[in-house]
Design a protein around this ligand. Structure first.
Ligand SMILES: C[S@@+](CC[C@H](N)C(=O)[O-])C[C@H]1O[C@@H](n2cnc3c(N)ncnc32)[C@H](O)[C@@H]1O
Length: 254
């Protein structure tokens, strides 16, 4: 069996995520969805207030082929702030399977999904997830951006309004490269924001000194503000007992 055959035979899993505006009478999400479909039209909620996303994962030792616990948290933040994104340009960095970016595309943003050029299988895999979610291909583009590298694709990108990053800060050697790329993009559009879900893995790790060095401000958004303070988000139990922070990073006003 060749390496390609071996990769082709890897197990895949289809995951479903559901986003909605609120929890109904404290009932679990699936019960409330079932009840919703049983009520009459006059009393049912606007269906456009629910969003279903399918994500294919591949059981492969490559970080970008799985949904990480930060992704449902950031996706839910995108969903709750969708009015801000309609007609805006959004770039997801280190997208992997791109759950937050796909939500942004679904709510009307023009979206660029990026991952490193050194892991082309991630870039190929994300195009399958775009197809699975019936997205308008004129509004979603896959590009290669490697943190800290000024490739022609990065340099020719149009100014973005929002940068998304889910679980990018997982290896301290990359922390400054990520912020260098983000600062470059924020300088193209100084009112742009970086929405970032950060999973706490070690109490020794911090980006504080880098935020100061690169003149960035950072506000932590309490998870309760967008109903992400539970072990289950978007119908997924993945956030579980992981500690994930939602950060909004901007250029510091001079
Ligand atoms: C922990 S995974 C997170 C994936 C996805 N954002 C999520 O939360 O499910 C880290 C992602 O960063 C990407 N990555 C790793 N090194 C990178 C680099 N130097 N430049 C850009 N992306 C990188 C990986 O390919 C992977 O998709």
């Amino acid at each position: 069996m060749s390496v390609t055959d071996a990769e082709n035979s890897l197990k895949t899993v289809l995951k479903r995520f559901y986003f909605q505006d609120y929890v109904v009478n404290g009932k679990d999400f699936f019960t409330s969805l079932e009840e919703e479909s049983a009520v009459t039209t006059s009393t049912s909620r606007n269906k456009s207030r629910n969003l279903k996303i399918k994500i294919k994962e591949v059981l492969h030792p490559c970080y970008g082929l799985y949904v990480w616990p930060s992704a449902p948290v950031l996706a839910q933040y995108v969903w709750y702030n969708r009015e801000m994104l309609t007609g805006k340009v959004v770039l997801e960095v280190g997208a992997g399977v791109a759950l937050p970016g796909i939500v942004a595309a679904k709510v009307g943003a023009e979206v660029f999904l990026s991952d490193t050029e050194f892991l082309p299988q991630c870039l190929e895999h994300v195009s399958e997830n775009i197809s699975l979610n019936n997205l308008d291909s004129s509004k979603i583009t896959i590009i290669a951006i490697t943190w800290g590298f000024f490739s022609s694709q990065l340099l020719s990108l149009k100014p973005v309004d929002v940068i998304l990053g889910s679980d990018c800060f997982y290896d301290t050697k990359d922390f400054e490269d990520i912020l260098v790329t983000v600062v470059f993009l924020l300088k193209q559009n100084p009112i742009a924001q970086f929405w970032c879900a950060y999973q706490e893995r070690s109490s020794d790790w911090t980006i504080e000194h880098l935020l100061t060095k690169w003149s960035l401000s950072c506000e932590e958004v309490p998870l309760a503000n967008f109903d992400a303070d539970s072990a289950e988000i978007g119908g997924s139990t993945m956030p579980g007992c992981h500690t994930v922070h939602l950060l909004v990073i901007k250029l510091k006003e001079l």
